[in-house]
Each structure stands twice: as structure tokens, then as C-alpha cells.
Design a protein around this ligand. Structure first.
Ligand code: NAP
Length: 452
């Protein structure tokens, strides 16, 4: 029997587990999918926006994999300095695949970035997604702002702009935790400025997500034609890749639409503005100073020395994720990934026996959920190629018992199912559908595990 641990139960981890058991090359592969949280599904549970029910329903596919007879979920187990180290994990499993994603936000590196009222979008996403580490991070106060700036024009920027612009009645049917729903219902934000440093033809959002901004019952979209005119590809987008061309067509239609629109909130999509400072008033963020940019002819932009301030008491930086080092594993700080060859972790440029990576920690934080499938398959194929070698090393008979003996409190599948039931029950008492439990104590209690 080949025993494998997959660390991380998001899409890349689950697809890796699936690739390992749904093959005939190596018989009897057993996989434990470990997670730091007592809940599975990673960014599908804690990153996909609550109003994206269709993508969220992917949880059902992931669930079917985690219920496979040769796969077990082992939550509430942290791997790294504070939990079980990579070296100790190799005492329990023949191989370990790290699918730990990219847990932090990229920094802007401008003055004022850390002011109260200026947050990473990932913090905001974690808060409305009920991530237990995001409890009490002050968004209730920040939502007293009338105007918000979202820096970046990727899909995370679109997600947070949309959530800010939704009315409470639109969020009520989702699984947003009750405190976040209450705070969003009280939100005074009426204008959301979503700002890109380059042009519409270079924006990172996908067209379906972009279009959704224009289809909300309570918010209209405004685009400044003067911003668009700076983009050389705007006049004739025919030569662009399909997604960029369609994006340009969507913003073009918005810019051309000058009919009065009674929708109360507004999302202003801006381009060619590079953030240079988060402005301060009374110790809190008061706006963002941007430098006007122009295309430099090579796909980038150059500054013009002209500045524009956008007033905002709430600033969300949606400029991408970055991987964080996991103590005991090598890390390439410049790329924010673990060095690897076809998924095999490299130590001093040589494959480290029994250690693998898949997903964002392998290739960086790009691509949609489906991108993780081929990525996971490649890693699983490398691992299966190595199976004969891996099987030579003896490992523990019962890894979960060993984890308990080491003082950890694993939450297995029945514990997670109890959390699910508790969230359904919470929803019923609140007159809503399932409502997520947002704190560690509540999750562990629901799972029947001891408190931390
Ligand atoms: P992203 O797609 O990489 O977009 C980052 C944005 O931030 C870009 O507009 C980038 O501009 C800008 N940016 C980076 N550094 C900046 C700086 N210093 N100053 C100003 N702007 C800066 O990242 P993301 O939005 O976090 O998304 C991560 C991944 O998750 C993507 O693959 C995305 O598609 C995926 N995702 C998908 C969905 C969905 O399918 N619904 C939802 C959320 C996330 P430049 O282009 O100029 O660098």
C-alpha cells in the first residue's frame, strides 16, 4: 500500500488525490487530504464569492472525491512550524504533496498602505467568506465609507467591487456569515472605484465576471471614455486575444451608454492610473493618489507626472496573491513558489524523495479552478513514476493515530459533516439557507473537537 498525504483540500489538493486513486498503474494508493482548517475545499469555500452559487456548487464534485473509499479527510492539522513539520510527515506517509496555495496578498509598496481603512482584498474576501482567521477585522467600521477604491482590475477586484455594490437582499440567500451580512446591510458605500494601472485591453478580469458588474439590480457601471482612448488597442481590438477583445467590447458599451440610470450605487471602472500613495486623514485612509500613466509601447506603462486623487475611506488592494514559505520546505521568494521539476520538490536543485507540489504553490497564483486539473495530473504522474522507490521506506500503520499521539486533534470526515449540519441548522434559525460558522470555537465545537 502506497500512503500519500496531500496537504491542502482546495481544488488542487482534491484533484491530486483524485488523480492518485483513479489510476491503475500503482495498485492500492491511499490518500489522506490534510487541512489546517476543520473544513475542506480551500478557496472554493473561502475564496469563491458567495453570490457565485454555480462555482460554489463545485463543492459537490470535490465532496464526491473526498468520499472515495481510498481517500480520507484529516482537518485541523497544521503543517509547518506550529503543527507537524514536513520531516515528521514523511515518517507517516511515503509521499507528501503540498497543495497549500498562495495564502497572502501581494503588497503595493506605497506609503499609507497599512493605514486603518486600507485592506488587502483577500482580508475582505476572508471576512465575508467566514474564514475563522478573519473574525473581527474591522470591516463593520470601514463600511461607513461613502466611497471605496479597489486597486487592480483582476477577478478578485471584480468580486470585491460586486460584493460592495450588492444590496442586502441580494446577499441574504447566500451563505455569508450573519455578522458580515449585518455589516454589509448597514454599508454606506455608494461609489466603488475599480482602478487599473494599465489599459482595458490588458486587464486581467475575465469577460463573464466583468459583464456581471453591469447586471446588478442596484448598481450601475460608469466608464470614462477619456481613459479608454489612451489604449492603442481600444480603437481596433481585432488583434487582441479573445478574452481581452471581449473585455474591451464590454467597457466600450458601458462608455457609450449615457442614458440616465436610476440605480443607486455606482461602480466606476478606471484605467491608466497607478497608485502612488494611500492618503490619510484623522489617522485613517482618506483616498488614493494615482499617477496618470500612458502605454510604453511594450505592454507596460510609464508615468506622466500628472496626479489624480480619488477620495475613499475604504481602500481594497486587489493586486494578486503570493505564496508563503512553509517552514521545512524550500521556497523561491522571488516567485513565491516551491522550486520543483514536474511537481517534484527540488532541494539544492535535486528532487527531494517523497516531496511534491501542485496548484498555486507550484505554479503561482494564476488560472481558473480548472487549471488545477492538468497541474495535479502532472504531479500525480511524477509521484506514481517514483512509487517503487517510495515504497522502500517504512511508514506508520495509522497516521491519524500518530498525529493524535503527537498532540494534534484531527477532525475527520464525520466531524466536517457535523459542521455542515450545524451550518444548515444555523441558517434555519436565522430564516436563511445554510449560514457559515465564522469562528474557530464554533467550528471545533460543531465538529465535536476540543477547543484550541
Ligand atoms: P490577477 O488576476 O493577477 O490581477 C491582479 C491585478 O492587480 C492586475 O490588474 C494587476 O495589474 C494589478 N496589480 C498588480 N500589482 C499592482 C501594483 N503594484 N499596482 C497596481 N496594480 C497592480 O490577480 P487576482 O485578481 O488576485 O486573481 C488571482 C487569480 O484568481 C486569477 O487567476 C483570477 O482569474 C482567479 N480568480 C478567478 C475568479 C473567477 O473565476 N470568478 C475569481 C477570483 C479570482 P497588471 O496587469 O498591470 O499587473
Amino acid at each position: 500500500m502506497l500512503r500519500v498525504a496531500v496537504v491542502g483540500s482546495g481544488p488542487s489538493g482534491v484533484y491530486t488525490a483524485q488523480s492518485l486513486v483513479e489510476q491503475t498503474r500503482v495498485p492500492d494508493v491511499r490518500v489522506h487530504v490534510l487541512d489546517r482548517l476543520p473544513c475542506p475545499y480551500g478557496l472554493v469555500r473561502y475564496g469563491v464569492a458567495p453570490d457565485h452559487e454555480k462555482i460554489k456548487s463545485l463543492q459537490n464534485n470535490l465532496r464526491a472525491v473526498l468520499e472515495h473509499e481510498r481517500i480520507g479527510f484529516v482537518g485541523n492539522v497544521e503543517v509547518g512550524a506550529r503543527g507537524v513539520t514536513p520531516a515528521r510527515l514523511l515518517e507517516l506517509y511515503h509521499a507528501v504533496v503540498y497543495c497549500v496555495g498562495a495564502a497572502r496578498d501581494r503588497r503595493l509598496g506605497v506609503p499609507g498602505e497599512e493605514l486603518p481603512g486600507s485592506y488587502s482584498a483577500t482580508d475582505f474576501v476572508s471576512w465575508y467568506s467566514a474564514h475563522p482567521d478573519a473574525v473581527g477585522n474591522g470591516f463593520g467600521v470601514a463600511l461607513a465609507a461613502r466611497s471605496a477604491v479597489v486597486i487592480g482590475v483582476g477577478n478578485v477586484a471584480v468580486d470585491v467591487a460586486r460584493i460592495l455594490a450588492r444590496g442586502p437582499e441580494e446577499l441574504h440567500p447566500t451563505d455569508v456569515p450573519q455578522t458580515a451580512l449585518g455589516a454589509l446591510a448597514q454599508s454606506r458605500v455608494r461609489a466603488v472605484h475599480m482602478v487599473g494601472r494599465r489599459g482595458p485591453s490588458q486587464a486581467k478580469f475575465t469577460t463573464k465576471e466583468l459583464r456581471e458588474l453591469g447586471a446588478m439590480p442596484g448598481a450601475r457601471v460608469e466608464v470614462d471614455p477619456a481613459d479608454l482612448a489612451l489604449d492603442p488597442a481600444y480603437a481596433d481590438p481585432a488583434g487582441l486575444p479573445a478574452v481581452n477583445r471581449r473585455n474591451v467590447e464590454v467597457v466600450r458599451a458601458w462608455a457609450a451608454d449615457t442614458a440616465p440610470d436610476p440605480r443607486e450605487r455606482v461602480i466606476r471602472v478606471r484605467f491608466f492610473l497607478r497608485p502612488v500613495e494611500v492618503l490619510e486623514r484623522d489617522g485613517r485612509a482618506a483616498g488614493v493618489r494615482f499617477e496618470r500613466t500612458l502605454p510604453d509601447g511594450t505592454g507596460g506603462v510609464r508615468g506622466t507626472g500628472a496626479y489624480e486623487d480619488i477620495e475613499a475611506r475604504l481602500v481594497l488592494r486587489a493586486v494578486g496573491y503570493r505564496g508563503v514559505p512553509l517552514e521545512g520546505l524550500p521556497f523561491d521568494a522571488s516567485r513565491g513558489t516551491v522550486p520543483h521539476a514536474a511537481g517534484r520538490v527540488l532541494r539544492d536543485e535535486r528532487p527531494s524523495p517523497g516531496e511534491y507540489v501542485a496548484g498555486w504553490i507550484k505554479r503561482g497564483p494564476t488560472g481558473v479552478i480548472g487549471t488545477n486539473r492538468p497541474c495535479a495530473k502532472e504531479t500525480a504522474a511524477s509521484l506514481l513514476d517514483d512509487a517503487a522507490l517510495l515504497l522502500r521506506r517504512p511508514v506508520a500503520d495509522d497516521p491519524v493515530a500518530a498525529l493524535r499521539a503527537w498532540g494534534l486533534q484531527p477532525v475527520e470526515w464525520p466531524g466536517w459533516l457535523s459542521i455542515e449540519q450545524a451550518e444548515a441548522a444555523l441558517g434555519r434559525t436565522l430564516g436563511r439557507s445554510t449560514v457559515k460558522i465564522a469562528d474557530w470555537a464554533g467550528l471545533l465545537e460543531a465538529a465535536g473537537a476540543p477547543p484550541r
